[in-house]
Write a protein that binds this ligand. Structure first.
Ligand code: ZN
Length: 255
């Protein structure tokens, strides 16, 4: 294979690696630091299992659950592996097949995560998102496979690093911020909302959204956006020493 270098700069090294029977060459190139501008606006993101990410703009990114889809194939391959005689050539071949399947799942998942986080980081300079209690979630046996399949932790890590290299800010909500339970419009709190309640119904008669069915995740994303802006407002106040009681919500577009 021959290919032109896709980057302008001085090549400082190369490394060959092999993962699941695929060979890779990573080429290190020295390049000047680039500081791309952070995206102009702010967004709130609700991450979850039903939809991988729901934005406060009501855009969504479906959870494609790659492991779940590939699980049948993976089970077959694992069964085959364990039927083979230890130390035999056939067993080695079966082992490689299992490794290739695992690697394929990882690649598919990473692809989705990278595309989503790059797009978000390019569009938004301020991102409000939940700080997930991943360890606690993984302990829930019924949900743990779906959670690790969706790789929510990786989503958070990638997003934070991409937003920050562009000079933006990721605001992580406290774990106990009840983003799903509050009406984004009036702040009325639905205390006994269950995980199975997919639609939020505000019970505050004075609210514009009174009894108006709101998508649970979208409502949560909107709450995350206003909370992020509130926190940033507090930060700015602390830095500037000026109080600003302006409606922060009206300043969503920060261009
Ligand atoms: Zn309301």
């Amino acid at each position: 294979m021959a290919e032109n270098l896709r980057f302008q700069g001085k090549v400082t090294g190369a490394r060959l690696t092999r993962t699941a029977d695929w060979w890779f060459v990573s080429i290190q190139v020295e390049m000047p630091d680039e500081k791309p501008d952070p995206g102009p606006s702010a967004v709130g993101i609700d991450v979850g299992l039903n939809r991988l990410a729901t934005l406060s703009t009501s855009e969504g990114c479906e959870n494609q659950a790659f492991l779940k889809t590939a699980l049948k194939k993976l089970r077959q391959a694992n069964k085959r592996l364990h039927r083979r005689v230890q130390g035999s050539k056939n067993r080695e071949q079966a082992r490689r097949q299992v490794a290739r399947l695992h690697y394929r799942i990882t690649c598919l998942r990473d692809d989705v995560l990278h595309k989503l986080t790059t797009r978000l980081a390019n569009c938004y300079g301020i991102v409000g998102i939940e700080d997930l209690n991943l360890k606690g979630l993984l302990k829930n046996r019924r949900l743990s496979r779906s959670f690790s399949d969706a790789a929510l932790g990786k989503l958070l890590t990638l997003l934070t690093s991409k937003v920050e290299t562009r000079g933006g800010q990721v605001i992580k909500m406290e774990r106990f911020f009840p983003s799903s339970q509050l009406c984004h419009c009036c702040g009325w709190r639905w205390k006994d909302m269950a995980l199975s309640d997919r639609v939020f119904l505000c019970q505050n008669e004075a609210c514009a959204y009174f009894h108006f069915p709101q998508d649970r995740d979208h409502n949560a994303a909107l709450n995350m956006l206003s909370e992020a802006l509130r926190l940033i407002g507090l930060l700015d106040q602390a830095v500037d020493g000026i109080g600003s009681d302006d409606d922060v919500n009206s300043a969503v577009d920060l261009t």
